[in-house]
Design a protein around this ligand. Structure first.
Ligand code: KE4
Length: 427
């Protein structure tokens, strides 16, 4: 007997490629049909069959307050009653801009866009315009959205010109994108030696969240800062996930490394489509209408999304926010470790505050190649075991899990109990 979700998904696949509007939602990595969600409330999701799940995806990061936070809902309703978009200056965009500039130490000016992809691609264009250089460096396993020049995969060798990582991306575009292993400073030094004065920017997730969660090794970020400064290249921190997630001031405040440009998204939209990029005035003033680097967007800075973002940041600013997220994240991580140990399951766990990952591998995970040693078949079985027990994890081993301020110790304890059962069944 098909569930309502299965029936809906079968129909959706007739009209939406793969039945989804973003590939990872399709459950391709874990198999089966995804639950179709009707409603979210706090830490919970409810599907169209009436099943309830504890949510650790949080829409891939934006929902640090949980679903439908009353104060965010109120702010959105009040905003939408005044109209949804004007394509003209509004007070709301200035309010959110001031909150972002005040929070992130490296940002003096910010430009709002509508997604993390737009933020990342615009920051690259700005870096190229500011430096007059074409080449960019990215790290294998880091994801910065789906702009052509960032869909580059490593060729052979540690330092390699990006090969297209998707059909439809011309090699002529990715040829300017060099890709190196995460945490590998020597490879960056080699590139700067090989291409002096040709590198416009190094773009990096200061805590990688798209190959699972991979932490920067000591001196990696400060090393990138030093090398880019030495060689006249810009350092771009892609904080689309980590911005306001790991600290109110993002990873840059946690590690005290100041990039030239920062990309933001997810949390700053409070659940609405918002991205942003910002940095030093000297760089940002290169942007149209002031300067020669063009970027635009019909709905950029629209007042409803700005209201949702501003309400979210105001709530996150309250004392005790990140201490609570740390407490909940630590409790979950500790419980998972103990359950894995009890069941003899090898897990390499990474966590910063409320973003975490459990790699099912017995090795250390420091970059994309080591992340790939994970047992994805085991993850697949574990994922479904947890789903059946009412816990909704990321449908891929290579994503981050997120705890929100709506989670309580009760949900954490229920999750750990479910995990113990799911792991026991698998071993
Ligand atoms: P969007 O264009 O999806 O808003 O943002 C792209 C992006 C940029 N930078 C980082 C560090 C990101 O993590 C993302 C998007 N993250 C993925 C999940 N890890 C979004 C989920 C999806 O693709 O459906």
């Amino acid at each position: 007997m098909l569930t309502n979700s299965e029936k809906w998904f079968t129909r959706a696949k007739q009209f939406l490629p793969g039945g989804v509007n973003s590939p990872v939602r399709s459950f391709k990595a874990v198999g089966g049909a995804p639950p179709v969600f009707q409603r979210g409330e706090g830490a919970f999701l409810f599907d169209i069959d009436g099943n309830c799940y504890i949510d650790y995806v949080g829409s891939w990061g934006p929902l640090i307050l949980g679903h439908a936070h009353p104060e965010v809902v109120e702010a959105v309703i009040a905003a939408v009653r005044n109209g949804t978009t004007f394509g003209a200056p509004t007070p709301a965009e200035l309010e959110l801009a001031e909150l972002v500039v005040e929070a992130l130490p490296s940002i003096e000016m910010v430009r709002f866009v509508n997604s993390g992809t737009e933020a990342a691609m615009s920051a690259i264009r700005l870096a190229r315009g500011f430096t007059g250089r074409d080449k960019i460096i990215k790290f294998q396993g880091c994801y910065h959205g789906h702009a052509d020049m960032l869909l580059a995969k490593a060729g052979s060798g540690v330092v390699s010109f990006g090969l297209p990582d998707s059909q439809g991306v011309p090699a002529s575009v990715t040829q300017h994108t060099l890709t190196v292993p995460y945490n590998n400073l020597a490879a960056i030094e080699e590139i700067f030696a090989q291409f002096p004065n040709e590198i416009a920017a190094v773009t990096v997730e200061p805590i990688a969240g798209n190959m699972g969660v991979v932490l920067p090794q000591p001196k990696f970020l400060s090393g990138l800062r030093k090398l880019t400064q030495q060689h006249g290249a810009l350092l771009i921190f892609d904080e689309v996930i980590t911005g306001f997630r790991v600290a109110f001031g993002g990873a840059q405040s946690l590690y005290n490394v100041m990039p030239d440009l920062t990309c933001l998204g997810k949390i700053i939209g409070g659940g609405f489509p918002v991205g942003a990029y910002g940095g030093k005035k000297e760089i940002m003033e290169k942007l149209a209408p002031l300067g020669p680097v063009y970027q635009a967007g019909t709905l950029s800075g629209n007042p409803v999304a700005m209201a949702a973002g501003a309400a979210t940041l105001r709530l996150l600013k309250r004392p005790g926010t990140y201490e609570r997220l740390e407490m909940l994240g630590q409790k979950l991580a500790r419980g998972i470790s103990e359950a894995a140990k009890k069941n003899g399951v090898a897990v390499y766990q990474t966590r910063v505050g409320s973003m975490l990952c459990n790699f099912f591998t017995d090795g250390e995970v420091v970059d994309y190649d080591t992340a790939l040693t994970s047992d994805t078949q085991f993850y697949r079985r574990y994922f479904h075991g947890m789903l059946q027990r009412g816990v909704y994890l990321a449908p891929s081993q290579f994503e981050a899990s997120f705890v929100s301020l709506a989670h309580t110790e009760t949900e954490i304890e229920q999750t750990i109990a479910a995990m113990s059962e799911a792991l026991a069944k698998e071993t």
